[in-house]
Design a protein around this ligand. Sequence first.
Ligand code: CUA
Length: 610
Amino acid sequence: MKRHPVVLVAVSIVSTLAAVHISGCGATRSARSLAAEKVYVAPGELDKYYAFLSGGQSGSVFVVGIPSGRLIREVPIFESRAAYGYAMHETDPRRQELVATGGAWGDTHHPVLSETGGVPNGKYLWINDLANGRLGRVRLDYFEADKIVKIPNLQGAHGIAVVSPDTKYIVVNGEFEQPTDGMVSNPAPYTSVVAFVEPETMAVKFEVRVNGNIDIADTSKDGRYAFSTIYNLEQGKTMGAMIQYDRDAVAAIDIPLAEQAVAAGRGDTRNGVPILDPEKTPGVLTLIPVPKNPHGINVTPDGRYAIASGKLSPTVTIIDAHTLAIVAEPEVGLGPLHTTFDNRGNAFTSLFLDSQVVKWNIDKAVRGTSDYIVDRLNVHYNIGHLQAVGGDHTHPYGDYLLALNKLSKDQYIGVGPDLPENQEIIDISGDKMRLLASFPTPPEPHDATFMAVDLLRPLVKQTFTPAADAVEAGKERVVRAGPHAVTVDMTLIRSAYTPDSFEVREGDQVTLRVTNVETIRDMIHGFALPDHDLNIALAPGYTKTITFDAGKPGVYWYYCTNFCSALHLEMRGRMVVQPKDSTVTIADWHAAENVKGQVVPGVPSTGDRP
Ligand code: CUA
């Protein structure tokens, strides 16, 4: 059959359209492929950076790989977490600090890293607990919370910052004003303080009194000034009263001058901490007027400027970080909250209301040329903090930026009435920003900081150094310590508990001290005990002590909760709780068990062994 020419023409048009469509699709796919390639980390390969994200209401820190967005670890700090972390270890001083300072939960906002020469040294990470006025420290060699302190004379520990370049102090801002002298003069005027915490001892060395709500913190790169944004200079107690003034302030505290005043005894000591009153110590506190209710304060990597973000004003205020003079106040967009930096003289400001990241050139903005805005990128949605890798230190990497968005709207389906929080990874290596990928994290990450994986890797310890109270292999024992008290010293090693059974009586208090005596990394064993609210896990070298009631008479199998070998499932043992008046001993149980195994039809009995 001959083809009709019209049909051929029609076919050729259709195939041309198809070709166009495919090439259009191909172009889209190529842009997607390029973005995917930028964030793809193949199995077995390492992320370039670890981002430390505040866990918000979880009281923890999330460690996320960048650029992959993979969740690497959650580090519990102000909370007890079943199994891992220090909090399931009664005799641990950290647990006692946690309980004594406000409860086993927190509201973490701002992770900051210890620095040497203005860059992270990988020793510590600090994070605030806004709700309970605490500061927690994580040891990065163990990725474990290490110390928790309550900051005296302060409520609402909000902004924190490391005093550059060598971590002289951690600055902690008290956001909620308190009566000046406790309730001594009643009623007392309200005020707040900025606290300076010594990094090793975590002792609060001194505080500086500041009126208003002290918000976000950063420090000059030379160790001279601690900068804080202050809103509510009105000292209003209601929202309406907090937004009356046209301008609030950035507080600049002269650290060396404050130290001199403290050394000269010019502080009023309250709760063991000298508090400097700026009226009696002129020069310690300078208030720099900025548009009302500012939020973020960020010092440029070169240390030249401190940039305050307007929040209610569409501007950022650029302050000379040495003279404290305002040098420019450029408009950037609606709802500027925080600013970060690349290594090419650009700043990136988060715009909460515009749901945008705006990239602007610092020198051009200072010179007042009209073309200082470089680029804008929409994010999804209502961005809070943003952080470029290294942008909070002296040597930004200039490659990736993390947008920490408050709302995700249409990006995921609801998880119940709630939607996941949405983090977005942005490529900032070119003139134009490029959105690469997004990943959800549990609520609610506020802020992030980063460390290069190459720098972190050699610092991380392989095993815990055994503590003084560690149980040594061969020295395990079950001791009746009193009429109603039993102490069990136990060790764990692949894949057995020693002892693998012990006997207690109804009404006994059992104190279990258990050490993982493995000497190679990652050989974690668990100890979960049914019906006793007891689930702990121990990394190699770790010891935990926990006291519990023996409970009802019965046999309770403790078992390993971490896969450890082919015999992981067999890694278990028994706690036999005898009735009060029982005369049966664990030896009787063992004797009975070794006489005969259970006979299963068709399966050779093991009960005939000698
Ligand atoms: Cu030990 Cu599983």
